[in-house]
Design a protein around this ligand. Structure first.
Ligand code: DX5
Ligand code: ZN
Length: 217
């Protein structure tokens, strides 16, 4: 068994004091930082670009897990990698030439991930599984933090685990309670925004997460 990773999603952090927020979760022992990039097109929200990723890169050694919720992500792979992204995850629904885009991510030297909306069937990503380091299963509709976990995505995780031996990440509505369900199904990266940054004591909530993951690590 490999270590389950906990990746706080910066979307729910206080952007006015981002460096402090990052130091706090890093000191509390998280394993990576999840960065949500939205373009107002693939999803209705607009968040951050390579400029902010570069700023984040300067204040932490943690792996940066960049989740591109943007149309035609191939256009920006290079910029995000240059800015410091270690993992680059694209949406299967957003890219015309998925294979080419995954190749581009690897060519840049990043780890390649693919994500799928809750309504997208696993079949849509199956042809790409051999090329992937990570699959990010969305357990909310992408676009906003703080939504409720969709329990029907657990079946997808369980099925994916039988077909894919690399990392399975779950994103949306993850807290120490819902984490148990996705870990049981075979996920091994927990992305959590509001459950971590929405709490005043981040060390405490990360301890609660770690307690849950211990059984699966
Ligand atoms: C939503 C983003 C998530 C978001 C999760 O589109 O991909 O990473 O930050 O937020 P919570 O953990 O609050 O559901
Ligand atoms: Zn995300």
């Amino acid at each position: 068994m490999r270590k389950v990773m906990i990746a706080p999603s910066l979307l729910s952090a206080d952007f006015g004091r981002l460096a402090e927020e990052i130091r706090e979760v890093e000191a509390a022992g998280c394993d990576a930082l999840h960065i949500d990039v939205m373009d107002g097109l693939f999803v209705p929200n607009i968040t951050i670009g390579p400029l902010v990723v570069r700023a984040v890169r300067k204040v932490t050694k943690l792996p940066l897990d960049v989740h591109l919720m943007i149309q035609d992500p191939i256009r920006y792979v290079r910029d995000f990698h240059k800015a410091g992204a270690d993992w680059i995850t694209i949406h299967v629904e957003a890219e015309k030439d998925v294979r080419k885009c995954l190749h581009e991510i690897k060519k840049q030297g990043a780890k390649a991930g693919i994500s799928l909306r809750p309504g997208t069937a696993l079949e849509a990503i199956e042809p790409y599984l051999p090329d992937l380091d990570l699959v990010l299963v969305m357990s909310v509709e992408p676009g906003f933090g703080g939504q409720s976990f969709m329990p029907d995505q657990v079946t997808k995780i369980r099925e994916l685990r039988t077909k894919f031996s690399k990392r399975i990440s779950v994103d949306g509505g993850i807290d120490p309670q819902t984490a148990v369900r996705v870990l049981e199904a075979g996920a091994d990266i927990l992305v959590a925004g509001s459950a971590i940054f929405g709490k005043p004591d981040r060390a405490k909530v990360l301890r609660e997460f770690r307690e849950v993951t211990r059984k699966y690590s």
